[in-house]
Design a protein around this ligand. Structure first.
Ligand code: ADP
Length: 507
């Protein structure tokens, strides 16, 4: 017998029981509200009898929901760690087997062992894999495997519901589950009495990101000179897992370079690796190509710095430009994020300044090379048209106008620049590629006004850069020599070459 000696009912969770996970709440940051709520579970686990004596109903299950990498598993472990109780962990997918009866046997076994060793914590990660919405009446399909799998999953889910309902008898066991797809969960699981608490674990905000970075930095040798807060500020949308990975990556870079501790440059290198990819060797743009690249990137950065200087614009200053090819990109332009408030109250002048910045690449090319411009700035121009169109239509910042006609059935990838609100209403930036519907059936009028707006902003940017011809040339020159230039260096050059500086002074 092939299966002889293999006991499928024994849950694999056994391998992951730990007297104490060793994780504490101090290892978790950026999700203070969730931690606050979960403290009560620790108090309960430490002294279940007290709750009983006081007549307090013990907490049932707790559902942690939120995107991956934000610390759901970590916080679950911290509950067990703080209380010093065993932690039984399994992934939802481990219950899903084609073999009949295995899933429900595993559930029974898991709960049984947790009860024997109570007080204890059971944690099922990705519970959606096991508890997807049931079909109602079991739909017969011609596919036997499909039928068997569906039926098996339902049996497993039923077993879980039975265990949860029988919890009162197993006092002292806390059931935690995590999902990033609550919408998929079977409603029966969400009924009161099963999960009496649902806690959202959100991606950390800037302050949380800083705390998370500090926690992970304390586990490695990080140089005192590294300004962690600037990374926290400039990496919106990064989860705890990504930030932990960043610190690890920086440590590897530091070791490779023979540094005694992690330096700022190692952190920068690690950010680039995790965002655009490692440095590419063996790719040569040639001198002409490099000059064009440098001109475009400097044009963008300089426009932003000049607008900040002379027009008090609320646009992001440049942190650094690099013309070292990495991953899929030939050059990188890194901006310094503003404080959240500046995005929250973004107004028309700010958006127009943003538009000017995007047009800076092309304008710089025109200043240096004349009308014959290259393709280097085309990406930025696409961003600019998108932004202009949004200013005119969706955001309605010019005259109120509506878009007529249905959006096209197809979608096109475009770069979206600037902040956007996610469905929760919290603010984050996305300077990467996202899917956005592009409506090419816009009224002619909107097309025409978009063009006008772009042309108007372009002329302004062009004359701004023309007045700073010398500063522009100098910055491009330095970038070509050093392959990288920082925001401070750009500021320094602008100080040295004020508006209308004769180019002869450069030579
Ligand atoms: P999830 O379960 O939400 O997918 P994890 O808890 O598995 O995320 O996170 C993976 C790792 O990322 C953790 O072990 C930890 O190192 C790091 N991490 C994630 N979130 C946080 C956080 N809020 N605070 C500190 N570290 C975090």
């Amino acid at each position: 017998d092939l299966w002889q000696g293999i006991d499928f009912s024994r849950s694999k969770a056994e391998a992951r029981v730990d007297g104490s996970t060793g994780v504490k709440f101090s290892d978790v940051a950026g999700i203070d509200e969730a931690v606050e709520e979960l403290q009560e579970l620790v108090r309960y686990l430490k002294n279940p009898e007290l709750f009983d004596k006081m007549g307090i109903k013990p907490p049932h299950g707790v559902l942690l929901e939120g995107p991956p990498g934000c610390g759901k598993t970590l916080v679950a472990k911290a509950i067990a760690g703080e209380a010093g109780v065993p932690f039984y962990q399994m992934a939802g997918s481990e219950f899903v087997e084609v073999l009949v009866g295995v899933g429900s046997a595993r559930i029974r076994d898991l709960f049984k062992r947790a009860k024997v060793n109570k007080p204890s914590v059971i944690f099922i990660d990705e519970i959606d894999a096991l508890a997807t919405r049931r079909q109602g009446i079991f739909k017969e399909s011609t596919d036997h495997l499909y039928n068997a799998a569906t039926q098996e999953r339902e049996t497993t889910l039923n077993q879980l519901l039975i265990e949860l309902d029988g919890f009162d008898t197993g006092k002292g066991v806390i059931f935690l589950a995590a999902t990033n797809r609550r919408d998929l969960l079977d409603p029966a699981l969400l009924r009161p009495g099963r999960f009496d608490r649902k806690i959202r674990i959100r991606p950390p905000a800037a302050k949380g990101r800083l705390e998370i970075l500090k926690i992970h930095a304390s586990k490695v040798k990080m140089s005192e000179s590294v300004d962690l807060s600037s990374y926290a500020q400039n990496l919106p949308g990064w989860t705890g897992a990504k930030l932990a990975q960043l610190v690890q990556e920086a440590a590897l870079v530091a070791v490779r370079k023979g540094h005694q501790s992690i330096l700022q440059s190692d952190m920068d290198d690690a950010v680039d690796r995790l965002t655009v990819g490692p440095k590419r060797v063996g790719i040569d743009l040639g001198h002409q190509g490099q000059c064009r690249r440098a001109t475009t990137e400097v044009g963008i950065a300089l426009t932003s710095h000049l607008l900040r200087r002379y027009e008090n614009a609320k646009v992001e200053p440049c942190d650094r430009i690099s013309i070292v090819p990495r991953g899929q990109t030939l050059s990188q332009l890194v901006f310094h994020r503003l404080d959240d408030e500046s995005y929250m109250f973004e107004r028309r002048p700010q958006l127009l300044h943003r538009l000017q910045v995007l047009l800076g690449g092309r304008a710089a090319e025109e200043v240096i090379y004349g009308r014959d411009t290259s393709r280097a700035s085309v990406d930025y121009l696409a961003d600019a048209s998108w932004l202009a169109r949004k200013i005119l239509t969706i955001w309605n910042l010019e005259n109120p106008m509506s878009i007529h006609g249905e959006p096209p059935p197809w979608r096109k990838k475009v770069k979206f620049v600037g902040p956007r609100l996610d469905f929760e209403g919290s603010l984050y930036d996305d300077y990467g590629l996202i899917e956005q519907p592009l409506n090419f059936n816009l009224d002619d009028e909107i097309v025409q006004r978009t063009e006008e707006l772009i042309r108007d902003m372009y002329e302004r940017t062009l004359s701004l850069l023309q007045r700073h011809h010398a500063g522009l040339l100098k910055t491009v020159k330095v970038l070509l020599e050093q392959k990288e230039i920082s925001g401070e260096e750009i500021e320094f050059i602008l100080d040295k070459y004020p508006p209308q500086t004769p180019i002869s002074l450069l030579l």
